[in-house]
Design a protein around this ligand. Structure first.
Ligand SMILES: Nc1ncnc2c1ncn2[C@@H]1O[C@H](COP(=O)(O)OP(=O)(O)OP(=O)(O)O)[C@@H](O)[C@H]1O
Length: 236
């Protein structure tokens, strides 16, 4: 049984159909990469999955879902310490919170001493780790990561991708990983879904989609990333 399933999902903004009759399963403990150009409907699909936009069709298995966004600066309150931000979503007695915050920061490979820092004192990569620690607080079974490496320097993108893979392994998380960058998606995902103009063009194992795509559109996306292999190797 999949961790989460989207069936015949349609989202309209006025007369514009942003997501058009999309069905997609996210298997347990797997990372599904959703790739497509800007405006193809990826974020809208994610928002519908977590219940942020009205839609038709059904979504199952998204009751324990958390979402992380592109810009950690925007998602973290600049006036709150890292520790307070991470603690915010925890349903724990006050006395137990500090230990849990330290556990969560350690889980995302941050020094627990950073709990006393403010977002402005951290690098972009560290801020994105804090956003992840905050999302992991409520112990989600499904994580939706929407362009979470797009605002980061290439030099730290790989570390965040490796973190997503290790969180899946250690916590048994399922992940919907959204990016316009096929090289990034290929590195992190088990399954790749390709989206164009609100529709799914094709879905399959990452290896097949990136080596033997069926759709001409996927081939064009691949051709636009000539260094896929080399980039992925550089992140290891
Ligand atoms: N709140 C909104 N109101 C009206 N139209 C919207 C709204 N949000 C998105 N759209 C439109 O819906 C379509 C899909 O947008 P969406 O943001 O889901 O795409 P995306 O693939 O995530 O692209 P990007 O990576 O640029 O965010 C686009 O045509 C966009 O202009």
């Amino acid at each position: 049984m999949p961790a989460s399933a989207i069936e015949r999902l349609t989202v309209r903004y006025g007369t514009h159909v942003a997501v058009d009759d999309v069905s997609l399963a996210i298997p347990e403990r797997s990372i599904v990469g959703l790739v497509g150009e800007s405006g193809s409907g990826k974020s809208t699909l994610a928002k519908a999955l977590v219940g942020l936009v009205p839609h038709t069709g059904t979504v199952t298995g998204a009751d324990r879902v958390q979402m992380v966004f592109q810009d950690p600066y925007a998602s973290l309150d600049p006036r709150m310490t890292v520790g307070a931000s991470v603690a915010e979503g925890l349903k724990l007695p006050r006395a137990a919170r500090a230990a849990e915050v330290a556990r969560l920061l350690t889980l995302v490979n941050l020094d627990p001493a950073l709990a006393g820092s403010y977002p402005r004192q951290l690098s972009g990569g560290q801020r994105q780790r804090v956003a992840l620690a905050r999302a992991l607080g409520p112990r989600p079974s499904l994580l939706v990561a929407d362009e979470i490496t797009s605002a980061l320097d290439v030099s730290v993108q790989g570390a965040v991708l490796n973190l997503i893979r290790s969180l899946r392994r250690e916590l048994g998380l399922s992940v919907l990983f959204i990016s316009h960058n096929l090289a990034v998606v290929r590195y992190v995902a088990d399954v790749i879904a390709v989206m164009r103009e609100g529709r799914l063009v094709e879905v399959g194992p990452a290896e097949q989609i990136t080596s033997r795509p069926h759709a001409p559109y996927t081939r064009a996306l691949l051709d636009a990333v000539p260094q896929v292999g080399r980039t992925a190797t550089a992140w290891r």
